[in-house]
Design a protein around this ligand. Structure first.
Ligand SMILES: [Zn+2]
Length: 337
């Protein structure tokens, strides 16, 4: 789960993450913790959508108008937003509301921004995504994929930048997500309750220390936190220069064929994620190990479910990976290794 979240922080194009697992396993805590790891971002001052002053092509109507009028846009630094989408949120609350009467008279001012506006350039977290209406999940995935939120009503249309990483958590016992929706999340991770006694005790003790004195607890992990922050930042800078060998792409495609993955999102996600892993490790070339480490989380939710199949999809992927990437005598792969 942590690796998947870090990878999307390095490359938001990987798409969202879906975290399936038991309640009380730290899913939302992990997502909220991302904000502290990422450097603050520059936002146009006074803009409701947090437009990026360096990307005028993505400006909201307001910023675009101001820059057309040659108003010098000021900006300030703000933390990366991590926005919670509460269960039962309406489409209006999510996408924003358009006041038709006022819109006819005043134009864009009649738009009341929703959660998508707040999540722009950050993360949008949905707890229990499988309890959300499919239609709303669809809207969210559309906005996440296009980077814009478009609200249309009675012939009036308003759009604003909404570039965010969607993170959904779900409990497998509470209803399934349609496969068409699952496939549109970049990565899939499962998290289980820990059964190791020592680790369980350690969780209780850490939680107690945290509740007793938050500042000194944070201090305990300050060095680790700062190391991770530096690694993430370096990885984001390094990412565009990370090379993925053609032979490895070939193997990735071969793996998707072997597992009968529909469409091409599987290999795209795997390639991007493997690049992000290499960047996180501070390397300029993707290794076989990088690809193997992201195979399950990139493909698990894209496998067709066979009701008669008793093997877990995770182990099916592991088997196929072993076959395709461990072929003895493959000199081409040995060279990459
Ligand atoms: Zn703006």
């Amino acid at each position: 789960m942590k690796l998947a979240l870090l990878l999307t922080a390095i490359d938001p194009n990987i798409g969202g993450v879906i975290i399936f697992g038991h309640r009380g396993t730290g899913k939302s805590t992990a997502v909220r913790a991302l904000a502290d790891l990422l450097p603050p971002i520059a936002k146009v001052s006074g803009c409701l959508y947090g437009c990026d002053p360096k990307r005028p092509e993505e400006f909201c109507g307001d910023c675009a108008a101001r820059s057309r009028d040659r108003v010098r846009l000021k900006h300030d630094l703000r933390p990366v937003p991590v926005v919670d989408l509460p269960l039962g949120a309406t489409e209006d609350r999510v996408c924003g509301t358009l006041d038709i009467e006022r819109a006819l008279v005043e134009g864009e001012k009649a738009f009341e921004p929703g959660l998508l506006a707040r999540a722009n350039r950050g993360f949008l977290y949905i707890d229990e995504v499988n309890l959300l209406e499919d239609h709303l999940v669809d809207v969210l995935l559309d906005a996440a994929a296009s980077g814009r939120n478009i609200v249309e009503r009675e012939g009036i249309s308003i759009s604003h930048p909404a570039r965010f990483v969607l993170v959904g958590s779900g409990n497998p016992e509470e209803g399934e997500l349609r496969p068409q929706l699952l496939d549109r999340f970049g990565l899939f991770t499962r998290i289980e309750t820990i059964s190791d006694l020592d680790q369980r005790v350690e969780i209780v003790r850490r939680r107690e220390r945290f509740e007793r004195d938050r500042a000194s607890f944070a201090e305990e992990f300050a060095a680790e936190q700062s190391d991770l922050r530096k690694r993430l930042n370096r990885a984001r800078v390094l990412l565009p220069r990370v090379k993925l060998d053609r032979d490895l792409v070939f193997r990735i495609a071969e793996l998707c064929v072997a597992l009968k993955v529909d469409g091409h999102r599987g290999e795209l996600t795997m390639s991007r994620s493997a690049r992000a892993v290499a960047a996180l490790e501070g390397r300029r070339a993707v290794s076989v190990q990088d690809v193997k480490s992201v195979a399950t989380m990139s493909l698990r939710h894209r496998l067709r479910k066979d009701p008669l199949d008793r093997i877990d999809t995770g182990s099916r992927i592991a088997e196929a990976v072993a076959q395709i990437f461990e072929e003895i005598g493959s000199t081409r792969l040995a060279a990459i290794r």
